[in-house]
Design a protein around this ligand. Structure first.
Ligand code: APR
Length: 245
């Protein structure tokens, strides 16, 4: 990887970071794609889609209960901590949007985090509009709503579902504000294969509004060609150097 020049993040430069499963791999949580990935043992359609949940809710809950158990058993790593330290330094010039549902960014101290794909640590009802609620339980069978009797489900975004609208809106607002203020914006994607829309298109959205774009990943991502700069290597080594924290 060689000596990495840090990003120039002095004011008024703003930094928008998009993370994926790769930032949690060195904590011990498997990513989705590639050898040993989460999708290896499962058909995505069966455990991460509304159709799969309707067909076999208990199977889906066994998958997410196992992910809660795994995520509760690990700690944030140096990549999560580097992002939290960068936020402390940059404050409202920094924003983190994550595809991850494991909660490790918040456990590392990040506060300015938008969870585009929901959270493993919340549950909601599939049958009524009761608000999602914090939940770290590991059900062995599908829990039922005490209001409507409907099946409760993890408050995560499944394939075929829209991403969290508020997270998406605030992400794009951050990019537009920098452009309208004529301020330099750096867009940094870390630990993501760039294979799932709309997160994978954020780099184009940011670049079209003038951002300088960086990819920090272990391997080449599907959308690597859309980035101005690419740094290959493990996030726990690359991020502290890039962010100079
Ligand atoms: N450091 C940096 N990058 C890493 C590391 C590491 N230690 N280990 C793996 N990676 C990279 C891999 O090279 C891969 O490109 O992280 C990326 C993980 O890609 P995916 O497994 O596809 O995860 P992600 O991009 O987050 O998936 C997006 O797809 O399955 C859905 O909803 C799920 O949010 C997820 C979305």
């Amino acid at each position: 990887m060689g000596e990495l020049p840090p990003l120039d993040l002095r004011a008024p430069t703003r930094l928008l970071v998009l993370t994926g499963a790769g930032v949690s791999v060195e904590s011990g949580l498997p990513a989705f794609r590639g050898a040993g990935g989460l999708w290896d043992g499962h058909r995505v359609e069966d455990v991460a889609s509304p159709e799969g949940f309707a067909r076999a809710p208990d199977l889906v809950w066994s998958f997410y209960a196992a992910r809660r158990r795994a995520a509760a058993a690990v700690e944030p790593n140096a990549a999560h901590r580097a992002l939290a330290a960068c936020e402390t330094r940059m404050r409202d010039r920094f924003l983190l949007v994550t595809q991850n549902i494991d909660g490790l960014h918040m456990r590392a101290g990040s506060g300015r985090v938008l969870e585009l794909h929901g959270s493993l640590w919340r549950t909601r009802c599939s049958g009524c509009d009761r608000p999602p609620f914090a939940d770290s339980s590991e059900p062995t069978a599908t829990p039922r709503c005490d209001r409507c009797g409907g099946a409760l489900r993890p408050d995560v975004v499944w394939f075929g579902e829209a991403v969290d609208a508020e997270a998406d809106r605030r992400t794009r607002r951050f990019v537009k504000d920098a452009a309208q203020a004529g301020e330099r914006l750096v867009f940094l994607a870390v630990g993501t294969s760039g294979s799932v829309w709309p997160a994978s298109g954020l780099v184009r959205y940011a670049a079209d509004l003038g951002a300088e774009t960086w990819l920090a990943n272990l391997d080449e991502a599907d959308n690597a060609g859309w980035f101005d700069h690419r740094v290959l290597g493990p996030a726990t080594a690359v991020l502290p150097a890039l962010l100079e924290v």
